[in-house]
Design a protein around this ligand. Structure first.
Ligand SMILES: Nc1ncnc2c1ncn2[C@@H]1O[C@H](COP(=O)(O)OP(=O)(O)O)[C@@H](O)[C@H]1O
Ligand SMILES: [Mg+2]
Length: 262
């Protein structure tokens, strides 16, 4: 069965998009069939995979408004084997007001994902969430089996986390009973910075064994890769960022094997 995972944190700049692209690519490299859904009007996941705004003709925005259409019209092959994407652009920022009157709006994404899954062609669908707890994020939570939370290992890393957890709990109670936190990724870790290890301890205390052992280092190759339209794994095969995301992908797959993640 296809696993649907939201990569979520209402803070911007914590590594959601970077983790969606690179975890997705690492899983694809390990033989998993992956679909990324760019659910952020900024469209960074689409850009990061080298899909320029002018070539994004059929985006998630149109799909959400026209769920009866054939999913294949919205799915773009990335240049990476086993990795497809549904792109986004700024149009998506208008969705919330346009569907405000529709009382089924929280289920729109779930509906189209069910349609995609009729073909049973993906092992995982990763949703790159916007930096907010707005309708788009609620849609993602309703459509997901689990969430993965990237935390930037910086001062204030855990600020806002309780609000995020509350939102997840609320969706779980009312709209998606089986929703679960699959894991927490520590991102932009700098071992020379004492603060990072303090934040790591704090996060491991708060989330316990939900925090992945693979920590993503601050690595300039990771930040350069999107401007070349590539995941870091393609951009620099051997850098520390690539190796960390590959280890992370192994851990995620192991969660399914051992039954830790549904
Ligand atoms: N491990 C890392 N090392 C260096 N730069 C990173 C790393 N992870 C993310 N970045 C950079 O930090 C910025 C924010 O990351 P991004 O993934 O876009 O965050 P979000 O999607 O949560 O807003 C981007 O410029 C990205 O390239
Ligand atoms: Mg982002």
């Amino acid at each position: 069965m296809t696993k649907v995972i939201s990569i979520i944190n209402q803070k911007g700049g914590v590594g959601k998009t970077t983790s969606t692209i690179n975890l997705g690519c690492a899983l694809a490299n390990q033989g998993q069939k992956i679909l990324l859904i760019d659910l952020d009007p900024q469209g960074n996941a689409s850009t990061g995979l080298g899909i320029e705004p002018s070539t994004r003709l059929k985006t998630i925005y149109e799909f959400l408004l026209n769920p009866e259409l054939d999913p294949s019209a919205f799915i773009t092959n990335s240049k990476i084997d086993n990795l497809d994407i549904i792109t986004a652009n700024v149009d998506l920022s208008g969705l919330e007001t346009e569907v405000a009157e529709n009382n089924k709006r929280a289920f729109f994404l779930k509906e189209i994902i069910s349609k995609i899954n009729e073909k049973n062609q993906y092992n995982q669908i990763l949703i790159d969430c916007p930096p907010s707890l707005s309708l788009l994020t609620i849609m993602a939570l309703v459509a997901s089996n689990t969430v993965i939370i990237p935390l930037q290992t910086e001062f204030f890393a855990l600020e806002g986390v309780s609000q995020l957890i509350k939102t997840i709990e609320r969706v779980k109670q009312n709209l998606n009973k089986s929703l679960d936190i699959q894991g927490v990724i520590l991102t932009m870790y700098d071992k020379r910075n004492k603060l990072c290890s303090q934040v790591e301890s704090e996060a491991r205390r708060y989330f316990d064994d939900k925090v992945y052992k693979s920590v993503i280092p601050r690595n300039v190759r990771i930040s350069e890769a999107p401007s070349h339209g590539m995941p870091v794994i393609k951009y620099d095969r051997n850098c520390t960022g690539t190796l960390a995301y590959e280890e992370l992908a192994k851990e995620v797959l192991q969660q399914y094997k051992s039954g830790v993640a549904a």
